[in-house]
Design a protein. Structure first.
Length: 212
């Protein structure tokens, strides 16, 4: 199974990515502002289910190949790193998107539909797709075997952190709308800092990984 040091390192890297506002966070914020805490929490559940579908796809479809091929691993890692840098640059350039999310709204709708939309956002989240494809494999300890099980465990750790983070964003959005809305600069700083962190994460992924 996954060693403690690998598990902690993966959790730390996951946290760095998750706290950066992305499509799922913006969607949760929008639902929180438009429909309140219940809709935000339902959206978080949908996002999490969608994200874990990605974990299953990577673990069952990509994990076995990556486990045996350094070339495949390297290609995935560099492609993922490049895309994370791209997303970071985009986040810095469009750091006003958080302000737009806080200013927006959506008509009320049923909980099942909210759950479904959250699922679609989670399963189509480019940050999650890239992260699972590029990062999960390099934390698998091939000497321990059971690569698929290791990826499923790491994916579970990622999703637990994501649930806590996204829930916090949703609750904060629902309770501090007026304070944040009075200062677009605060939201821009959050978006800009998140973009820089994403760029740093991409560079880190490109520069590290297994050496075999």
């Amino acid at each position: 199974m996954v060693s403690t040091d690998r598990l902690l390192a993966f959790a730390a890297m996951s946290f760095l990515l998750i706290v950066i506002p992305g499509p799922s966070v913006l969607f949760v914020i929008g639902r929180a502002l438009a429909q309140g805490r219940r809709a935000a929490l339902t959206t978080v559940v949908g996002n999490t289910l969608g994200a874990y579908v990605l974990v299953l796809a990577v673990a069952l479809g990509v994990g076995a190949v990556v486990e045996r091929s350094v070339l495949v691993f390297t290609v995935l890692k560099l492609a993922g790193a490049a895309y994370l840098v791209y997303l970071g640059v985009k986040a810095v350039r469009q750091r006003g998107s958080l302000a737009a999310a806080f200013a927006g709204g959506a008509p009320a709708q049923g909980g099942l539909r909210t759950l479904g939309e959250g699922f679609l956002v989670g399963v189509a989240n480019p940050k999650a797709i890239v992260f699972f494809a590029a990062v999960l494999p390099q934390f698998v300890d091939r000497t321990q075997g059971h690569a698929t099980a290791q990826m499923l465990l790491l994916g579970l750790v990622f999703n637990v952190i994501a649930v806590v983070s996204d829930t916090t964003w949703g609750l904060v959005a629902a309770t501090t709308r007026d304070w944040l809305g009075r200062s677009p600069q605060r939201l821009s700083l959050v978006g800009g800092a998140g973009g820089l962190a994403m760029i740093g994460l991409g560079v880190t992924i490109a520069a590290t990984g297994r050496k075999d």
